[in-house]
Design a protein around this ligand. Structure first.
Ligand code: GRF
Length: 186
């Protein structure tokens, strides 16, 4: 069975979707580690409730990104992780993690890339008056939200409420992430 690590910084609805798909057999995989850079984030309790090991850290307690990524790589190696799934991990992946895992790290992003990269994709798209929104899953490289696209799904929305776009988008994210992980693991 393949081993996944999920990295998240906040709510963790994608983490939950992936973990539950592993638990009920829709994904032939196990989440062996949840990495979180925000002590107190709701995703942590979701991992603990499922008995999934966590690594929760405060970046400011480390001298550098290299230092905490070295620790993370050690944990990924020890757990023999096959695929790293970034799911709302609000941090740019650095050289140490990329060097060790590039080609095995994917991210989910709430826009039709290459449009609207970065942390405020939905808000920017709404401000632009976008009518066709979407979700992208891509390989992670050193270019923020710029790695090769693996999967996308679009939806139409003609309004001005970013919260509504997030709500519609997140439902799509959960199923698209599971489908995409499943394909990649095969
Ligand atoms: C998702 O919208 C994802 O596209 C973005 O961060 C959000 C994470 O949401 N990268 P959640 O924590 O999985 O609920």
């Amino acid at each position: 069975m393949k081993k996944l690590a999920v990295f998240a910084s906040g709510t963790g609805s994608n983490f939950e979707a992936i973990a539950d798909a592993c638990a009920d057999g829709r994904l032939d995989a196990a989440v062996v580690l949840m990495v979180c850079d925000k002590p107190g984030a709701p995703v942590i309790a979701k991992a603990e409730a499922r008995g999934i090991p966590t690594f929760v850290f405060s970046p400011k307690e480390y001298p550098s990104k290299e230092a905490f990524e070295t620790e993370i790589v050690g944990l990924l190696d020890a757990a023999e992780v096959d695929l790293v799934c970034l799911a709302g991990y609000m941090r740019i992946v650095g050289d140490v993690l990329l060097h060790a895992y590039e080609g095995r790290i994917i991210n989910i992003h709430p826009s039709l890339l290459p449009a609207f990269k970065g942390a405020h994709a939905v808000e920017q798209a709404v401000a632009y008056g976008v009518k066709v929104y979407g979700i992208s899953i891509h390989w992670v490289n050193s270019d923020l939200d710029g790695g090769r696209i693996i999967a996308q799904r679009a939806f139409e929305y003609d309004g001005d409420d970013p919260a509504e776009v997030h709500r519609i988008g997140q439902k799509i994210e959960h199923s698209l992430y599971i489908e995409t992980i499943s394909k990649l693991l095969k």
